[in-house]
Design a protein around this ligand. Structure first.
Ligand code: ASP
Ligand code: MG
Length: 685
């Protein structure tokens, strides 16, 4: 297979680079005839256009240096002489012709080196073969020149040609790529390789956008679109002759010959958006012509707005976009557009096995459905529900459509089928489910729980779960178990992890009691009646005694304390229930509660007279001999943060060694949606 290999100015800039080029060419020559087309050495064309004596002398020296390094003995002298002669001719040449000597110099040296290695390379004079604006004549002349000899390698200067009248001329700046395409089309080459100093055509100019990456394949149309709108890696006129002859163009990196590169061909573009280029304040977002010509305007405008850039205009042009911005923000805009259109975050799939079918489970499933796209965009994480269960049935479907259809051991089924990185989500209020946590954690399945019964277990069992999570490097999170969506546990852990010793925690975390104590006025509605109302609105446990006894607050206090590194057990906590609690049925309890009304209202009146409010507080306090924990009603003065709580609001007040003033977290502490959002945050952490 014959091929044409073109090398740009930086590829031939030094003796070392030229050796590299010849290695590549000689390897290719093993597969068929090669036409090597070269640019002038880097900076040479600019120097020749300036044409002042200093620039010419500099260039002369650089070429002489290359020859000195590349050749030895008689050959060195001979090539040196050729270079000297060319510089003499150059200085005498009419000004418009001087610029053509750069390519003659570089190719003369390359050809001589091949010959010195014993390869019968033939130099082709592009000034005689390439006729500007007459491709048919150019093809005829090149074919004839190549047919006349049987060399394995031809060396031809790029860029230079003659015009229709036979005057020496050029194909325009960057024109060597086009020269190579003409040679390739003329000889019917199997491949046209443009060797440059970047790994192919990239999604953006890597000097402007460091995250740019190589486009592996693109159509002629897309390449033309990018090249004619500022992508300097390819000279736009190159595309047409290659396309007409059906020759693939490869854009390759001389400095990493085995590395990534781009193939431009007839095949359709796989991607909707190909790359960005820029020229004179215009940004081109090249789109693929085979795809439906959607606009993408909205996405571009959003990307720029998010980067704080005001676009002057955004227009769709065919399948591409033309974006205009002020010159001063051009690079920023290129990066913003590149980020939005080409830097898709790698998506991490997280498979969820959910247990529970109460209000929180319902809210969580709804929230997962609604937020999936936004969450994916913001975090790169795709949360998929692959398992569901209530207390009787379960279903697992790794395809993401689990139906409740199986009975038996859900956890065993999860252990069987869970993909790597899966999470178990406990939104039940089961008292026993936690006994399976260690098994799950040891199988590499992380746990997110909103079930405080699972965490407020005897300390040794709690410690075993923590150890299993740590040893297996899987998450074990339960922020929802205290204060719903309020970041209470996280805040305490932050302090503890940074060795900021916790001096005290006051937690006002019983939504039920906050509501009832807040509404209770001596002489107003009876306490029992407020409890009944709270029960009717679903704010209490089915048996309100669980709330009034402080049992629920106790669980929360255990969890908070352990997060602060205190190994608190239930029996360490001194609980004073709101009222002495009668046994028997719930109705019996209400009867007994009515009988307490007088005592309750007296206590409330006394507090009111002193300007206090009554709050149900769970507290942990560091004393000379360890931590003391208690739960009960406290009268708090107006300076106390808990004084101002409204309705069911929760608060924790944390004093620590580092600061004279406490950390206070206050806000909504209940609600299925708050709980669901808190779980969602744990899932994403
Ligand atoms: N040497 C010429 C230029 O710098 C042609 C080329 O390199 O393609 O424009
Ligand atoms: Mg060039």
């Amino acid at each position: 297979m014959d091929s044409v290999l073109k090398f740009g100015g930086s590829s031939v800039a030094s003796a070392t680079n030229m050796s590299r080029v010849l290695d590549i060419v000689e390897k290719q020559a093993a597969k068929g005839k090669v036409v090597l087309v070269s640019s002038a050495i880097s900076g040479c064309t600019d120097a020749l256009l300036r044409a002042d004596e200093k620039s010419l002398a500099d260039m002369e020296k650089r070429h002489r240096d290359i020859v000195t390094r590349l050749f030895t003995g008689a050959e060195r002298q001979q090539v040196q002489q050729q270079v000297d002669t060319l510089f003499t001719e150059l200085r005498r040449a009419p000004v418009p012709e001087q610029v053509t000597f750069g390519e003659i110099l570089s190719t003369t040296i390359l050809c001589a080196k091949l010959q010195a290695e014993g390869i019968p390379a033939v130099w082709l004079d592009s000034r005689k073969l390439v006729v500007k604006e007459d491709e048919a004549e150019t093809f005829r002349r090149i074919r004839q020149a190549v047919r006349g000899t049987d060399a394995p390698i031809y060396v031809a200067p790029g860029f230079i040609c003659q015009d229709k009248d036979g005057n020496i001329s050029t194909l325009g700046r960057g024109g060597s790529d086009y020269s190579a395409a003409l040679y390739a089309a003329a000889i019917g080459a199997g491949s046209l390789q443009i060797w440059t100093d970047v790994p192919g055509i990239m999604t953006a100019n890597p000097k402007q956008v460091p995250a740019a990456r190589t486009i592996p394949r693109m159509s002629y149309a897309a390449a033309l679109d990018m090249a004619s709108h500022g992508a300097k890696v390819l000279y736009a006129p190159t595309v047409a002759p290659a396309m007409a002859a059906g020759i693939d163009i490869e854009i390759r990196n001389t400095f990493a010959p085995e590395g990534k590169y781009t193939v431009i061909g007839a095949e359709a573009d796989a991607a909707r958006w190909i790359g960005v280029a820029s020229e004179g304040g215009h940004i081109r977002l090249a789109g693929s012509r085979t795809a439906a010509p959607g606009t993408g305007c909205e996405a571009a405008s959003k990307a720029l707005t998010e980067a704080g850039i005001a676009a002057l205009s955004i227009r769709a042009e065919g399948a591409s976009l033309d974006v205009r911005v002020r010159e001063s923000v051009l690079e920023q805009a290129l990066r913003a557009l590149h980020r939005a259109f080409f830097q898709e975050l790698p998506i991490e799939e997280i498979n969820l096995f959910i247990a529970g079918d109460g209000a929180v489970a319902g809210a969580l499933l709804g929230m997962l459905r609604q937020t999936a796209d936004t969450v994916k965009e913001r975090t790169g994480k795709l949360l998929r529900v692959v398992g569901r269960a209530n207390s009787r049935q379960w279903g697992i479907d790794l395809g993401g459509q689990p139906q409740l259809s199986q009975s038996g051991d859900y956890i065993a089924a999860i252990l069987q089928s869970a993909p790597k990185g899966a999470l178990f989500v406990d939104v039940t209020d089961s008292e026993t489910l936690y006994k399976r946590y260690v098994e799950l954690l040891e199988a590499g399945i992380g746990i997110v729980s909103s079930n405080r019964r699972s965490i407020a277990v005897p300390y040794p069992e709690y410690a075993a779960m923590q150890a299993a999570a740590r040893e297996n490097g899987v998450p074990f999170r339960y922020e929802t178990t205290v204060g719903a969506a309020l970041p209470m546990l996280e805040s305490i852990a932050r302090g503890t992890n940074s060795c900021n010793e916790i001096l005290s925690i006051e937690a006002v975390v019983s939504c039920t009691l906050n509501q009832i104590l807040g509404d209770y006025r001596p002489g107003g509605e009876s306490f029992a009646s407020l409890v009944r109302k709270a029960q009717a609105s679903g704010l209490t446990e089915p048996d309100p005694r669980l709330d009034l006894s402080g049992r629920d607050a106790l669980r929360k206090l255990l969890i908070l304390a352990r997060e602060a590194g205190v190994q608190l057990e239930e029996e360490d906590v001194e609980i004073t229930p709101v009222v002495p609690l009668a046994g028997g049925s719930v109705e019996d309890f209400y009867q007994a509660l009515e009988a307490q009304e007088e005592a309750l209202s007296r206590a409330a009146r006394e507090a009111e007279l002193q300007g206090f409010r009554r709050r149900f507080v769970a507290s942990l306090e560091k004393t000379a001999d360890g931590y003391r924990a208690g739960i009960g009603i406290r009268n708090v003065p107006p300076v106390h943060p808990a004084y101002h709580l409204r309705g069911t609001e929760n608060a924790i007040i944390v004093r620590s060694a580092f600061h004279p003033y406490p950390l206070v977290i206050q806000g909504p502490g209940e609600g299925a949606r708050e709980a669901a959002s808190s779980i969602l945050n744990d899932l994403l952490r």
